[in-house]
Design a protein around this ligand. Sequence first.
Ligand code: CUA
Length: 348
Amino acid sequence: MQDHVGRMDLEATRHGLPWRRTATTRAAALACAVSLAGCSGVQSALDPAGGDALRIYWLTVIMTVGGALIFLLVTGLLLYAIFAPPERRAWLSGRRTIVVGGLAFPIVVLSGLLPYGLIVMRDTDVPMPGALQVEVVGEQYWWRVKYAAEGAKPEFSTANELVIPVGQPVTVTVTAADVIHSFWIPNLGGKVDMIPGRINRLSFTAERPGIYRGVCAEFCGDQHARMAFDVVALEPAAFEGWRAAQAKPARSPDLPFLARGRELFRAGGCGSCHAVRGTDTDSAFGPDLTHVGSRRTIGAGQFPNNVGTLAGWIANTQHIKPGVRMPSYGSFTGEDLRALAAYLESLK
Ligand code: CUA
């Protein structure tokens, strides 16, 4: 009996092994696919869309590959020193090994890496001449974005979206209104801390048009993980068109339904926190909503921007993103909520 069971186990193992091998191969392939999928996309430091991100990418590659090679070399030497026959490993036990491996090698490697790292830091940090000036303020849990006046082009504010021209350097001046946040667009550059009372700068250039995603890279409270923003890199002419449109006051409602939405916005107290330029609601406490309908997402990069998500957001803010400053406005009737959301969506 014992023998029989033993033989069955052996059979199962014999037949099971190829299956297990296939499963392992599949798992490895899946892991590779998943990790490689992380290499490209709208939020990936491994898919640089500009020179600054490319410099950081190469620094990462050199450090990672170099570190891995040195690790393998040291581990190989260690195993050799332990397991090789004494007469063959004799050459390792001497003053020379310590001088070469313990002093000369680290000095040469680190003396190369330090200036290299400092040069990358300098090149990705300096304000560029002719750069577009944008100020971004981190708030719990959203981004206030201000475009500075430039010649005849007036300044204006927006939120949770950074639109930039392709090929022109952008200097972003960052700070925070409440706690420390960190500004990071992985495809375009490095991270920079946003510290209350302090101004930091970051310059970068987008070299291909596209949509990227920026994130807060410093834990800043409950909704830190839901503090993102869209980065839209446009061709220069399209950027100028966007800029001119954003600087204008909000359009007036052209339908009674939308006019009703605007009235609800005013009567509901939305103006105590939000500004819609061109109307009498002008508080700068929360995000500027003058052209909120033109943004890709709402809730700091959380949901696609449409009437449905806007209505859901207004009615359930504290359920969707607990801890944000905006209370849930659950008392609107369905009809009123639709009018209000449609009005906001019409603010292109
Ligand atoms: Cu803001 Cu994390």
